[in-house]
Design a protein around this ligand. Sequence first.
Ligand SMILES: *Cc1c(COP(=O)(O)O)cnc(C)c1O
Length: 405
Amino acid sequence: MGVYDEWGLEPVINVAGTATRLGGPAMAIEVAEAMLQASSQTVPMDRLQDRASSFIAEMTGAEAGYVTSGAAAGLTMATAACIAGIDPILMERLPNTTGIPNQVIISRDHRSGYDHAIRAAGAQLVEVGMNEPLAGAGVRRAEAWEYEAAITDDTVAIAYVATPESVPPLETVIEVAHRRRVKVLVDAAAQLPPASNLSRFVGLGADAVVFSGGKGIRGPQGTGILAGRRELIMSVALQSLDLDEHSSLWDPPPGLIDSSGLRGMPRHGIGRGFKVSKEEVIGLLVALRRFADGGSDAEIEKSRAILGRVSASLARLPHIELRISEAPAGTTFPLLEIHLNESLLGRSAFDVDKALRDGHPPIYVHERLLPAGVLVLNAMNLDSQTEEVLVARLHQALSEPVAVS
Ligand SMILES: *Cc1c(COP(=O)(O)O)cnc(C)c1O
């Protein structure tokens, strides 16, 4: 009996990809084993985060890094660092930012539920730009001069959500920001793979970049990577670490926290609630090392083969069209799109999705294109056993006669 069965839960087949609501992708075995070992001994957390900092720096080209409790927590902490700097008095106040600079500029079409993480630090978002093509009302999206025009003495940062479709180019936004001494925070949570993105945004000059630890790199689901400037990471460490120590005995690792420039030792900060365990830090480091060593390349090839077989097995079904799509560079997980002719099929993509979810085991597909009548499948979590069940269930859901009442 599996551990979920023991607690009365039925594990699902996850072809939705890295979805956090489904617990994220399966963790690499190597990562799970490292976490098990890490759990039986203890180390000072500032020493562990200091080691993590130098490893993240090595992997990303950043000056320093920190293991956060997810990319969203990384956004909150990077924002808190931009607002408070290394002043313990300001750290103590957050998220109350009354009377201190707290504005973060963001393009309207970069906004999402995740910007709650930025606001949680006490930041006020200032929107710029339009998305006229989406509204069918024009051809232009946000432009660099609009960011520049929004910068005031109250601006602490520009937040930029990096995707292959993001505009204006990050390098242009960084140029504008740095000319006015404003920092740039990049949300690249789901931009791994490709591994080249580990250093790409840092290389363009971003001051802080966040990645999810529990998405494409298959680390612990509750972790994230923050890579950035040394002083920002020092602020994040000071606002995150448990600081219940006598100040006379406090001896933080100088690579992570240079206490010589501090006016005093802060108390627990806004990040104390985003605790990351020692097992998670070790798990993240092992996952990052594995990923940077090409760990996802073989998985991408395996996914492509699985999707090819699933697609071939559905090829004879009427009223559907099958398409395997992938990024031009071929460096992200391929996706199988099942386009339904909903009227001939007699059911919508939502109906099929619901039938897949309600069966046993429940199957969750990527739901982004359901309104367009398309089921999207990511094979990163499949093995030969679940592949077989998936094929049988898809056949059933796409071909069984519609009940007539
Ligand atoms: C997933 C995601 C996040 C949050 O990442 P977590 O590691 O789950 O906290 C933030 N921003 C974007 C764009 C994401 O896709």
